[in-house]
Design a protein around this ligand. Sequence first.
Ligand SMILES: C[C@H](CCC[C@H](C)C(=O)SCCNC(=O)CCNC(=O)[C@H](O)C(C)(C)COP(=O)(O)OP(=O)(O)OC[C@H]1O[C@@H](n2cnc3c(N)ncnc32)[C@H](O)[C@@H]1OP(=O)(O)O)[C@H]1CC[C@H]2[C@@H]3[C@H](O)C[C@@H]4C[C@H](O)CC[C@]4(C)[C@H]3C[C@H](O)[C@]12C
Length: 382
Amino acid sequence: MALAGVRVIELAGLAPAPFCGMILADFGARVIRVDRTKVAMTVDTQARGKQSVALNLKNPKGVAVLKRLCVQSDVVLEPYRKGVMEKMGLGPEDLLKENPRLIYARLTGYGQSGSYAKGAGHDINYLAMSGLLSMLGRSSEKPYAPLNLVADFAGGGLMCAFGIVLALLERSRSGQGQIIDASMVEGAAYVGSFMWKSRSLGLWNRPRGENLLDSGAPFYDTYRTSDGKYMAVGAIEPQFYQQLIQGLGLYDADLPAQMSVSDWPELRQTFTRVFASKTQEQWSRVFDGTDACVTPVLSLDEVLSHPHNQARGSFFKDSQGEISPRPAPVLSRSPAEPCHSRDPFIGEHTRSVLKEYGFKQAQIEQLLSAGIAECNEAKARL
Ligand SMILES: C[C@H](CCC[C@H](C)C(=O)SCCNC(=O)CCNC(=O)[C@H](O)C(C)(C)COP(=O)(O)OP(=O)(O)OC[C@H]1O[C@@H](n2cnc3c(N)ncnc32)[C@H](O)[C@@H]1OP(=O)(O)O)[C@H]1CC[C@H]2[C@@H]3[C@H](O)C[C@@H]4C[C@H](O)CC[C@]4(C)[C@H]3C[C@H](O)[C@]12C
């Protein structure tokens, strides 16, 4: 796999850093998540392929263990508020001094500088600060965050993984590590570069929800079918729009022009009425194999059995029967091989990892009996 041999220490976080670690693990990195001790259950649902070491970082000896893990690794990924790592003596200066090849990835909401740097926040706040949230939502309605996809995952976890891969690539030339300041505000904004750079085309001149691609246009929207499901329509170009009209059994001559914005409400009413006359399956049969750009809106459970996804193996079931997307993109020679077994229990690998990182058996037992480290191998065997 592409990242085979790369060792990552991931400090347990909420959602973006776990996703970043999972991407790295899927593509072959060895990812060791450092969890808190005395925690019954992990909230990391993005733990595929990771190992877990439980350490009490409120104890200086726990911090020393973590330091030893970091200086023998390629990447450390930290998801804390600005200043937390420095307070523990694990700031980039300290760690890079001991391991100049270390890639020190800091995944935060607002970045390491600026007046918001130390503030708490979540996806919706970062999305708001990126400017993008102001553009999301239906006409005459308030801004609407599309789950926590844009800032946490696209602008956060994924961008941070991209930064880590870039830094690894650069290190192969320079031999040096570096610090990655991954701000979710900036990551989200960067993912949304198109919104700024396409303003010159007039794409966003109208209020929120009344433009071509923000559900303003009737040919770029979703429609309810007679069985209560939905179809997605993205027939922008005239030649594809023609196929949409044809599939719906409508006649161009009876309809206003596609790009007549003032007629969009009337056109939407027509499409709504027609789509409500057949089931999702019936509409899929009409549009499959055409270029009308019309697809069923599938649920998370339905994706696995759709023939197209099935043919590509786009989703898979792990050993627990849980459906997940296959890691993307697909590399021809060294594709990702996602782990199919269950996620680690907190501290499941404490003993084995510490041993591997050069701790003597007696040292490990001391750390465990003092509660500085915790091992849950037994739970894993049950
Ligand atoms: C699924 C839910 C997650 C939703 C994601 C949400 C929408 C997001 O947007 S995530 C993005 C959040 N932002 C960031 O990550 C930006 C960077 N980080 C931060 O800004 C901050 O970390 C923070 C604001 C996120 C949190 O601040 P906080 O003050 O708590 O922490 P920090 O200042 O960073 O300091 C960390 C301190 O911790 C100490 N530490 C760290 N490691 C250790 C260790 N190993 N040992 C000891 N101490 C350690 C460190 O030293 C710092 O200490 P100091 O403060 O003293 O310096 C899920 C969100 C909530 C979940 C639910 C909830 O947990 C309740 C249930 C729990 C149950 O188990 C499962 C069900 C739950 C309902 C659970 C369900 C889901 O998982 C959630 C809903």
